[in-house]
Design a binder for this molecule. Structure first.
Ligand code: SF4
Ligand code: SF4
Length: 366
């Protein structure tokens, strides 16, 4: 049966180049070939126009650093009339230039996500480079202030942080910072041990116990700062443990994979894949390459790669999660929670460590 999404989104790396060399960057040295030229402005615009008539409803641009691409804002200006919701990720540094800040606010972005990887210069600058904490904090203040001056509620300003050992104990301060800066949301991601992050594993990576502890802190803060939109890979089993231990309610956002259902990922040269993790893992090596500029929605979603991805990731739960522990014994699996079943170490079992600890602790209290 054909799979044709009524509405879908693309996460789109619009360029490869970046003005920083963050030590946790998973784009660097990744197994994905980024040596081809970035798609041209004309190709991007005609592709977005065409796909907007075939169900494309949202694009979230990534990089590289999108604002480093000189025609990025022009591309967005020209794509906005196609009725596709636009948003992007940035390291924020270019927003310190008033002319860029004004141009950004002239485009109807629904949200702008700005990376802050720590709560002070010491933690953040170790990852992103000297002086960057103060510059990004200043950029966010300017953005929020200029938006207010214009009397606008959009774009939503969101900060995004990767949890590392450098600052995880102070995660509550991130919520205080978000409130002080006047942003609307926080995205907290776990570290992906890919690219440069692999070389700095000891400095950055959390132990299982630290991951479990910090999950409790995030849940507690998400409850206390309920006016902020908080996105973090909440695990229902961990939340259940903390509900019993601390009385925190379960978060309302279930984990569910959108890949090849209503979301796909575009690389700077136009290569389109169901999910970047699957591509890093090498799943795409067995299929012909699809370029977003050449393929229509129906052909893309029913391509051999997307169909294979769905059979692996969205197949029968008992098969997909056979070697994922403790999900294969968890009553939440398939209803409140469907964690990412992809493994960067193909063939090995996956252990969701915070849930394993939560399950052990829940069993010992029962
Ligand atoms: S399904 Fe897996 S990840 Fe989700 S709550 Fe259960 S054990 Fe945790
Ligand atoms: S397979 Fe995993 S990483 Fe890929 S889209 Fe699904 S949940 Fe996300």
């Amino acid at each position: 049966m054909l799979h044709i999404p009524d509405a879908y989104m693309l996460r789109w790396e619009i360029n490869t180049e970046c003005n920083l060399s963050c030590i946790h960057c998973c784009n660097a040295d990744s197994s994905i070939d980024r040596s081809n030229p970035d798609m041209s402005m004309n190709d991007i615009i005609s592709t977005v126009q065409r796909l907007s008539q075939e169900g494309l409803r949202r694009i979230h641009f990534l990089g590289g650093e999108p604002l480093l691409r000189e025609d990025f804002l022009e591309i967005c200006t020209l794509c906005a009339p196609f009725g596709v919701d636009l948003s992007f990720n940035t390291n924020g540094l270019f927003l310190n230039h008033r002319n860029i800040l004004r141009k950004v606010l002239d485009i109807p972005f629904s949200s702008i996500t700005i990376s802050i990887d720590g709560v002070d210069p010491e933690s953040h600058d170790t990852i992103r480079g000297k002086g960057t904490f103060h510059r990004v904090v200043n950029a966010i203040k300017e953005l929020v202030e200029e938006r207010k001056r214009r009397g606008e509620h959009r774009p939503l300003v969101v900060i995004q942080s990767t949890l590392t050992r450098l600052w995880h104990k102070r995660v509550s301060e991130l919520f205080i910072l978000a409130r002080e800066l006047g942003v609307q949301g926080i995205v907290i991601n776990n570290l992906a041990l890919e690219g440069r992050a692999k070389q700095h594993e000891n400095l950055l990576s959390l132990s299982k116990e630290e991951e479990f502890w910090v999950a409790g802190k995030i849940l507690q803060n998400a409850y206390e700062y309920s006016d902020l939109v908080i996105k973090s890979p909440f695990r229902t089993k961990v939340a259940l443990y903390y509900r019993r231990a601390l009385g925190i309610p379960l978060p309302g956002i279930p984990m569910n994979c959108p890949g090849a259902i209503n979301s796909a990922y575009v690389l700077p040269d136009g290569l389109v894949v169901p999910c970047v993790v699957a591509q890093i893992q090498g799943m795409g090596n067995f299929f012909s390459k699809l370029r977003i500029q050449d393929v229509n929605t129906e052909a893309l979603w029913n391509s051999a790669y997307f169909t294979h991805f769905r059979s692996i990731v969205h197949g029968p739960i008992e098969d997909v999660y056979k070697n994922v522990h403790p999900c294969n014994k968890c009553g939440f699996l398939g209803n409140l929670c469907k964690p990412c079943p992809l493994n960067l170490d193909p063939g090995a079992d996956i252990v969701v460590s915070p849930c394993k600890l939560a399950m052990e602790r829940l069993e010992s209290c029962a």
